[in-house]
Structure formats: structure tokens, C-alpha cells
Design a protein around this ligand. Structure first.
Ligand SMILES: *Cc1c(COP(=O)(O)O)cnc(C)c1O
Length: 373
């Protein structure tokens, strides 16, 4: 959803002398913090970089264990592995696709140092339960909020329960900066340590230097900065978030009411009460384990002009890299496996409206009964 405002903002940024770590980045941080009500926010070059930065900054390494969901983007797990720590995979729960909290509690060992949670497809994880477990075991909690803009639990935005939360502005997410991410936190001391390590461990940002070129390096750090062109896009996108999210919700509700009673489909619970979804997309699980039939449904829908995706094509422990490392079998994470094998993600993005959704409902009913019966 790139419109005239984003184009003009990028052209204006190109006309200014500062192209990286400048005023637009700081403005974007302030605007995003205001929108989510985050006490602290810092831009990063991607969600993956932000997740890596958080684990690096909290000081985990070889010999430490971090609990991760099996059902997520591989970045959630890679970010742990970059530090040398060991990811411990926990299965998903059937009614939301989020991490199974009972199984999570059972996976804690004396080596456990942290928990990574993912608000799968925008449905909030029960962070109150997660934080109780984390406090009792002195664990660092990192929220992968890549799919969770607009996601709230008890009125509090996703990312603000754990020690830190990280958002993604990759093009297909709720809003974009082409590539980019944002780390939020309630902990200003942690936020300062993250800021230091996101930019080489250098003690003074450029605008803080009294004498140009004079700074010290006080710790190891990365270059995970966002540039001013990206921040310029982000500033315009934040202004549109309320509109984007209202359309997502309206679209999601058409799919939910239209597809809830289709006998060939299983749906996740409808988000309600304390749980407010960011409505990233709408998953349907086909009542068949036949991979060819799912492919057939996907291709028939695509041929009718309906875009689809799969989140995610395999549970992370079943991807080649992690299977080679840890030797998990699909039976180790049966629910994640079911979601990966049987789900189709339907779009609810703000480029679509309710009439498109009616078309999708009709097509999905048609195609599933044709292929599955
Ligand atoms: C997209 C995604 C990421 C990666 O985000 P980038 O900004 O591309 O690094 C991480 N976690 C989840 C859950 C995602 O969906």
C-alpha cells in the first residue's frame, strides 16, 4: 500500500543531507511509540536483526537454552542460534496456532534462559501466563511481534509484555518500510543497551557528538540501523495504521462468518474478549492430510485470481537445516505439523474490501467441496 504520501516523503528525504541515523528515524520511533503506547522504541534494519540484537544484548550464548515455538518463521529460531544458544522447540495449540503454554512450562530445564513467543497471525499469546512462568524461572521474554501490529491483550499492545518485542516492516506485513523493523520495550535501561549495540557499540550517535568524528567504542555491536528513506516511508505508514487495521478487521469478519460452518474446514477460535487480533491473515485448515489435494485447492483458487499463502510451509524443526541439527520427527510437534500441512492462508489486507471477501468465501466453498468430496 505505497501511495503518493510515501513517494513524496522518500523524495524529500533524498533532498536532505542526512541519509542514515537522522531526524526521520527518530521521528518514526516517536510516532510508532505513540501509536503502540511503548515507553521505548528503536528502529532496526529488520525484525530478524532486532530479534538477534535482543538475544545478543541479554547475553545468552553456548550452553544456554531458549524455548521457541515450532510453528513460526525461521527467523524466530535463527535469532537464538546466532548467539550459540540452543533452541528448544515447543508445539502449537490447536485452537490458535500459538505456542502451547503447558508444553512450554514442561520444557523448562536448569539451562533455560529465555522464551521466544510469536503472536501467530496476529492472535495474541496469553502473555499474562507467559510472564508468570518467566518470573518464576527468571527468564528473558522476547516477543516476535512481526505479525502483531494491532494485536492487544487486556488493552496492552503486543510487544509490551515481555522484556522486548520486535516488529517487522517487510513488504507483506501490516505496514512497510521496504525492509525494516522496530524494537519496543518498557525497560529504558535495556533500550539504551540495545541502542548501543545496534550501532557498533559506539557511545555517541552522530547528533550527540560535540566534536565531529570523536567517539569511543564501549562494547561489541552490530550495524542494524534503518536508513532515512525507510524511516520516511514508515512515518507515512503509521498515519494509515488505523485505516489499514479497520479494513483488515472488516475483511476478516466476512471470512470468519462465511466459512465458519463449512464442513471440510477447521478454523481457529474467533478472537474475542481480552484477545484482540491484528488480523494478519485468515487461516483455514483443510480436513485432509493429502498434500496433493491442498495443492489442488491452492492452485484452483489462484487460477480464479485469489492469492493465498502458507504460514509456515513447515514447522521450523522439520526444515532441512534444523532437522539435520536436532533430528526431530513430525510426531514431536503434531499440531505445528498439522497447521503446516493442512492450512491455507487467505488475504485480509487493506488493498481488499468486503466485496472481495464475499468473492473469496464463495470460491473457497466451491473449490473445497469440489476437491475434497
Ligand atoms: C516476517 C517474519 C519475521 C522476519 O521479519 P523480517 O523483517 O523480514 O526480518 C520474523 N518473525 C515472524 C513471525 C515473521 O512472520
Amino acid at each position: 500500500m505505497i501511495e503518493d504520501e510515501e513517494r513524496a516523503a522518500v523524495m524529500a528525504a533524498l533532498d536532505d543531507p542526512i541519509l542514515a541515523h537522522g531526524p526521520r528515524g527518530r521521528q518514526f520511533e516517536a510516532d510508532f511509540a505513540a501509536w503502540t503506547e511503548a515507553p521505548e522504541a528503536l528502529t532496526v534494519s529488520s525484525c530478524t536483526a532486532g530479534l538477534h540484537l535482543a538475544w545478543f544484548t541479554c547475553g545468552i550464548g553456548p550452553g544456554d537454552e531458549v524455548i521457541v515455538p515450532a510453528q513460526t518463521h525461521t527467523a524466530t529460531v535463527h535469532a537464538v542460534v546466532y548467539t550459540g544458544a540452543t533452541p528448544v522447540f515447543v508445539d502449537a495449540e490447536r485452537h490458535t496456532g500459538n505456542i502451547d503454554i503447558d508444553a512450554l512450562a514442561a520444557a523448562i530445564t536448569p539451562k533455560t534462559r529465555g522464551i521466544a513467543v510469536v503472536h501467530y497471525l496476529g492472535m495474541p499469546v496469553d502473555m499474562v501466563r507467559i510472564m508468570d512462568i518467566a518470573k518464576a524461572n527468571d527468564l528473558f521474554v522476547l516477543e516476535d511481534a512481526a505479525l502483531a501490529i494491532g494485536t492487544r491483550l487486556d488493552g496492552v499492545h503486543a510487544g509490551l509484555f515481555g522484556d522486548a518485542g520486535v516488529f517487522s516492516f517487510y513488504p507483506v506485513k501490516h505496514m512497510t518500510t521496504a525492509e525494516g523493523g522496530m524494537v519496543v520495550s518498557r525497560d529504558s535501561d535495556l533500550a539504551d543497551r540495545l541502542r548501543l549495540r545496534k550501532a557498533f557499540g559506539v557511545d555517541r550517535a552522530m547528533h550527540e557528538r560535540k566534536v565531529p568524528g570523536i567517539y569511543d567504542v564501549v562494547t561489541l555491536g552490530y550495524n542494524f540501523r534503518m536508513n532515512e528513506l525507510q524511516a520516511a516511508i514508515g512515518i507515512e505508514q503509521v498515519k494509515k495504521l488505523d485505516r489499514f487495521l479497520a479494513q483488515r478487521r472488516a475483511n476478516f469478519e466476512v471470512l470468519d462468518s462465511g466459512l465458519r460452518d463449512v464442513s471440510e474446514l477447521t478454523l481457529f477460535d474467533r478472537p474475542e474478549g481480552r484477545f484482540v487480533s491484528g488480523h494478519y491473515c485468515f487461516n483455514v485448515m483443510l480436513d485432509t492430510a493429502d498434500a496433493d489435494k491442498r495443492t489442488d485447492v491452492i492452485q484452483t483458487l489462484n487460477a480464479r485470481g485469489i492469492g493465498t499463502s502458507v504460514h509456515y510451509p513447515g514447522p521450523v524443526p522439520q526444515t532441512t537445516y534444523y532437522r539435520d541439527q536436532f533430528g526431530h520427527t513430525p510426531e514431536d510437534h503434531p499440531v505445528a505439523n498439522w497447521i503446516s500441512n493442512c492450512s491455507i492462508a487467505l488475504p485480509v489486507g487493506p488493498h481488499l474490501d468486503e466485496s472481495h471477501m464475499e468473492t473469496i468465501v464463495a470460491a473457497v466453498k466451491d473449490v473445497t467441496s469440489e476437491v475434497l468430496s
